[in-house]
Ligand binder design. Structure first.
Ligand SMILES: [Zn+2]
Length: 191
């Protein structure tokens, strides 16, 4: 295991699901609407900067897309990819980040109203809406996934207690190249 903590030079790509309300994206765990542009994590429990080690704050994302069928079965669930940067805390299956922006949404298999709503959401976010099988490739135009060797091991498989202490999450500082690129886009704002 490589314990070095390199600064990544590009944004980190992660995967999330949101609840679709009309054609708006809302977080599951916080009553937060995701609109176009920059999202900054805030801790609602403490005064510290988010994410903080030992806390639950930060913007959540998985390393890999959710299984393709997972959001297709539910009328108000939408899967997508985010670019993450700033402070990023790495866990076994996902991350908690300081900054995020949506980079792509996954279209459902069906051609009904949900598909139209996701297209409308993607238009408002100014991101692509692509078939789920193309989500990862589309997202990789905006950054890189965290290499496996940098991810902490899963010390609690199947939620059973594992011997020894769980490995602490790791914090990585990530270069701000993505934000600089975003800033050069005409009419972009950081809100
Ligand atoms: Zn916190």
């Amino acid at each position: 295991m490589d314990d070095a903590a390199p600064d990544l030079v590009t944004a980190v790509i992660g995967f999330r699901q949101w609840r679709l309300r009309g054609d708006e994206l809302w977080s599951f765990r916080a009553a937060e609407r995701w609109s176009r542009g920059l999202h900054t994590a805030h801790c609602t429990a403490h005064a510290h900067a988010a994410p903080a080690n030992g806390c639950t704050c930060g913007i959540y994302a998985w390393y890999s897309p959710a299984p393709r069928g997972a959001s297709a079965m539910t009328p108000d669930l939408v899967a997508g990819a985010v670019a993450l940067w700033g402070r990023i805390e790495l866990h076994a299956h996902g991350m908690r980040a300081q900054y995020a922006t949506v980079v792509a949404l996954a279209l459902p298999f069906s051609w009904g109203a949900k598909r139209r709503r996701i297209r409308a959401a993607a238009d408002a976010l100014e991101v692509e809406a692509v078939p789920a099988r193309r989500l990862k490739a589309t997202a990789l135009a905006h950054g890189d996934v965290i290499p496996r060797r940098m991810r902490p091991p899963d010390t609690t498989p199947n939620k059973r207690a594992a011997p020894g202490e769980p490995a602490p999450a790791r914090l990585y500082a990530v270069a701000d190249g993505y934000r600089d690129r975003q800033r050069s886009r005409p009419g972009d704002h950081a809100a």
